[in-house]
Design a protein around this ligand. Structure first.
Ligand SMILES: [Zn+2]
Length: 406
């Protein structure tokens, strides 16, 4: 069994240092490079789908989270408030929704703007008990791929369907294997906001959007403000977890008194759809590291090309290796030169680190401006002009293919 904590250490993706605190991992350069590639991809996917991105702070006044209901329903999962003075208390936010409600409310809204899709990769916090923390899968500081889509009631079905399509697209690009859908509903013995009528309507809308899809119902797993669809993914051992989610909320628009002007000039309440395509970066990478055994698809591999001069002490080879790495970086690739130790040990090291492309370059290649590529899966390509080799790698990266060759 692959353990993302062990691989995270071996591949130098992240570190958990007790001095920083349990559940507060630090992303090392290799992990940060992979995460940045994924974040940039998701951001662009959302931009093309009509999302508008914002930035909001990871903490806010106590009153904001009293209004949202989080302090009433979710306080056990939150860090205790911080008091600057008796009437100035702040909390680390447990969700981004309250800030995004304020984005909607920043000015008057018209029906022409709906659905208004407010996206953010934002920080939030959970006061997890130290016993349940491990690696990236359960953390106290969370970076969530989040958005809140404000819709007219009759737009909700289409909007949820569009979100499910985006989730499929993102999961396919990341190499995440879908394992089914869960419809999380209210259960007995828990506290929820909103009226029965609101809950019934929200459940009907989600069932409609899931029309024809096999779904497992999970009573008791709803959010405190509404039902949700969780998109399950499976790791190589078949263990399921959920990354993506779509939730309907009639309550927060009321709490925050959100409204828009309809085509008839009448003020109406929008519906708030909470959604995440890939979940938090922490839980996503816990899954990706295990699902790929650390061998990420080339487009988000921390290093995509390692250049190995056969004899690093030969000035011609060293110069050609530096030039190749510089050209790769100029093309937008992540590349490095490794010139320390025997060629065999350097090749073994790139295999251990799952580098997808290794460019080997001896005296003849240096003289010819050529390079021989070795692929992570053991295949070797004949020497070819350096520019052609880089173009090949760049084309695989650009298509976000999981395969190493076009
Ligand atoms: Zn939310």
């Amino acid at each position: 069994m692959t353990d993302h904590r062990r691989l995270g250490r071996e591949l130098e993706l992240f570190v958990s240092d007790p001095l920083a605190g349990a559940g507060l991992p630090i992303w090392l350069p290799a992990g940060a490079a992979a995460r940045h590639a994924v974040e940039a991809y998701v951001h662009e996917l959302e931009r093309r789908a009509g999302y508008q991105h914002v930035y909001s702070p990871p903490l806010g006044k106590r009153e904001l989270f009293e209004l949202s209901g989080h302090l009433g329903y979710f306080a056990d999962d939150m860090f205790p408030p911080m008091r600057l003075s008796p009437d100035d208390e702040f909390v680390l936010r447990p969700a981004l929704c309250p800030h995004h409600a304020l984005v909607f409310r920043a000015r008057g809204r018209s029906y022409r703007e709906l659905p208004l899709r407010v996206g953010e990769l934002g920080g939030m916090y959970r006061a997890e008990r130290s016993g349940v923390l491990g690696g990236l899968s359960r953390v106290r500081a969370i970076s969530l791929n989040d958005a809140h889509n404000f819709c007219a009631l009759d737009q909700v079905g289409e909007e949820v369907a569009a979100i499910l399509a985006l989730i499929r697209e993102a999961h396919a690009a990341l190499g995440v294997r879908p394992a089914g859908f869960r419809l999380s509903l209210r259960g007995p013995g828990q506290r929820y906001v909103g009226t029965d009528e609101q809950w019934r309507r929200a459940e009907d809308l989600l069932r409609e959007a899931l029309n024809g899809v096999d779904v497992v119902e999970a009573p008791g797993d709803a959010a405190f403000y509404g039902p949700k669809i969780d998109i399950q993914v499976a790791d190589p051992t078949g263990r399921e977890s959920s990354l993506a989610t779509v939730q309907l909320d009639f309550d927060k628009p009321e709490k925050f008194d959100l409204s828009y002007t309809g085509s008839d000039g009448v003020r109406r309440r929008p519906v708030m759809v909470h959604r995440s395509l890939v979940g938090s970066m922490e839980r996503l990478f816990a899954h990706l590291i295990e699902a790929h055994d650390g061998a990420f698809p080339p487009w988000y591999a921390p290093v995509q090309v390692t250049v190995l001069p056969v004899d690093p002490d030969d000035p011609g080879q060293a110069a050609a290796a530096d030039r190749l790495a510089r050209d790769a970086i100029a093309l937008g690739l992540r590349a490095e030169v490794d010139g320390g130790g025997s060629l065999g040990s350097r090749i073994r090291d790139t295999a251990r680190r799952r580098v997808p492309y290794v460019a080997v370059l001896g005296a003849r290649e240096a003289a010819d401006g050529a390079v021989a590529l070795r692929l992570r899966d053991g295949r070797r390509l004949d020497p070819r002009p350096a520019a052609d080799a880089l173009a090949l790698v760049a084309s695989v990266v650009a298509t976000r293919s999981a395969a190493l060759l076009p």
